[in-house]
Ligand binder design. Structure first.
Ligand code: MN
Ligand code: MN
Length: 491
């Protein structure tokens, strides 16, 4: 028997020349990636830091699955669901509705790299990546399935991506641009280098830590298990980036990173920002969203870019300023449109408000007055006044609500393309659209569809039905049943 290091390179870097067909026929540029870098360079220089053999992979994955299933059984026998805070569980609903089928699509993206990239090690890592993502999809469908009998909204793990719910449209747009409608090189940078290395890998570590701290070991164990896969297959892009930077495709690389960092930031504000700063029990919060972004995401991303000799995105100052505001604005938006989402939201209790002011010194000045109106309406029994009666303008790039992070200051950005007017939440979202208008111009947000008469009848009831909400028990609600607001009346 040969030792691992004696056969590893030979097995994993296997490549050969074609004699009966052309290179282009085997690796069509539209799907393999248009690149001016010759194949010899990709083959010779591609080197991922993470080494794993198939035998090791299978054994590790089997062990990991066994642990997830064992913890799941123990948690459900111990009635964990009944014991946890409802605001905390609304994060599960959000996560399971948005993530499992996107994981499955990431598996398709990995498969594209596994077949179409011109370096053996890249193809091998992507083969493992593809199996990882199928596993993530399956586990994150399995766990919520056990909760459907307690709350029908857990069925949204399967349902969301097949609806025209506005958040689902936004998520699909994001994933399509990132790794579904892309070639194998774009996938490696946008999905593995940017989204996974810079964002989700770290987010999953933080999410696991936070879950354990909240006594939620089932969810913590699940995301930790997934994170260990991400840490491996995210290395695919780490092998690609230096080759592009070194061999004349730095500008192309920079553009992809600039686009994807911003749109990921937008999704993160909603998915992670609102969750960390509003939905986790305040005494269990380990850090604020801003601290998490600064200490985990930004510090690592800046170092990664610096090591590659790459510049930070042009909008860096805008981004740093938004860290203080954007997700607070989104939380108000989600709260006031809660029947149009499949998970619950709540406002800050007096104790949480103190915490928010400590973490974000001008929180009370900016957002306090808006919450005060909501609180007053709740305490006067006017719940209907806490719901927005109108449709909201959605950004034509990120598809998320155009919320003004500084209340009262309009920052709407617009442009006209082929006779149609487009709206954007921010300068970077407008810039992204301008880079590839032909790619984005035909995409319609829920708001665009309503204006175009595609939603019938054109009433709130018609819109709710169009989005897939037929029963009130499927809609988002106040996760504390307004108790957070009543606390103000008592003090
Ligand atoms: Mn995954
Ligand atoms: Mn992944």
């Amino acid at each position: 028997m040969l030792k691992r290091e004696e056969w590893y390179d030979l097995a994993t870097r296997l490549d050969w020349d074609f004699s009966y067909v052309s290179e282009e026929e085997v690796f069509p540029p539209d799907i393999a990636g248009k690149t001016s870098i010759p194949r010899e360079i990709w083959v010779k220089e591609y080197d991922a830091p993470y080494k794993v053999t198939y035998r090791e992979y299978v054994k590790n994955q089997r062990d990991k699955d066994m642990r997830v299933l064992a913890v799941k059984d123990a948690a459900q026998r111990g009635n964990l669901f009944e014991r946890l805070d409802r605001a905390l569980k609304s994060n599960w609903l959000f996560h399971y509705g948005g993530v499992p089928l996107a994981e499955y699509q990431a598996g398709v993206a990995e498969a594209r790299m596994a077949r179409f990239r011109r370096a053996g090690e890249w193809r091998n890592l992507a083969t493992f990546g593809c199996m990882d993502e199928i596993r993530h999809a399956q586990l994150q469908l399995l766990v919520p399935h056990s909760y459907v009998k307690r709350d029908p909204r857990y069925a949204w793990a399967h349902k969301t991506m097949f609806t025209e719910e506005w958040g689902s449209i936004a998520l699909r747009r994001f994933f399509d641009d990132q790794f579904v409608s892309t070639d194998a090189i774009e996938t490696s940078i946008q999905l593995t280098f940017l989204f996974e290395t810079a964002f989700t890998n770290l987010q999953f570590i933080a999410m696991a830590n936070q879950s354990y701290a909240s006594g939620d070991y089932e969810f913590g164990n699940l995301v930790q298990s997934i994170q260990t896969d991400e840490a491996r297959h995210a290395q695919i892009g780490v092998g690609v980036a230096p080759i592009m930077v070194k061999h004349g495709e730095k500008e192309k690389f920079q553009k992809m990173v600039d686009k994807m960092f911003w749109t990921t930031w937008r999704v993160f504000c909603v998915l992670v920002g609102c969750t960390m700063d509003y939905q986790i029990p305040v005494e269990e919060r380990q850090m604020s969203f801003k601290e998490f972004m600064e200490e985990w995401i930004i510090a690592q991303f800046e170092r990664l870019m610096y090591d590659l000799g790459y510049e930070l995105p042009w909008y860096w100052d805008i981004f740093l300023e938004e860290l203080n505001y954007q997700h607070h604005a989104f939380q108000i938006g989600l709260y006031c449109w809660r029947p149009t989402i499949w998970f619950d939201r709540k406002g800050p209790s007096p104790k949480e408000r103190e915490w928010l002011n400590e973490k974000y010194p001008d929180w009370d000045e900016k957002f306090g007055p808006i919450w005060d109106v909501i609180i007053e309406n709740i305490n006067n029994g006017k719940i209907d006044k806490t719901l927005s009666p109108d449709l909201v303008l959605l950004c034509n790039t990120c598809n998320l609500p155009i919320c003004f992070p500084h209340p009262g200051e309009t920052q709407l950005h617009t442009l006209t393309y082929n006779g149609r007017k487009y709206f954007f939440c921010s300068e970077p979202c407008k810039w992204i659209f301008e880079q590839e208008p032909e790619k984005f111009a035909g995409q319609k947000t829920l708001f665009d569809r309503f204006l175009a008469g595609e939603i019938q009848p054109p009433t709130i009831e018609g819109v709710m039905k169009y989005m897939g909400f037929e029963h009130p028990e499927e809609m988002g609600d106040d996760s504390w049943n307004y108790e957070w607001a009543r606390m103000y009346a008592k003090t």
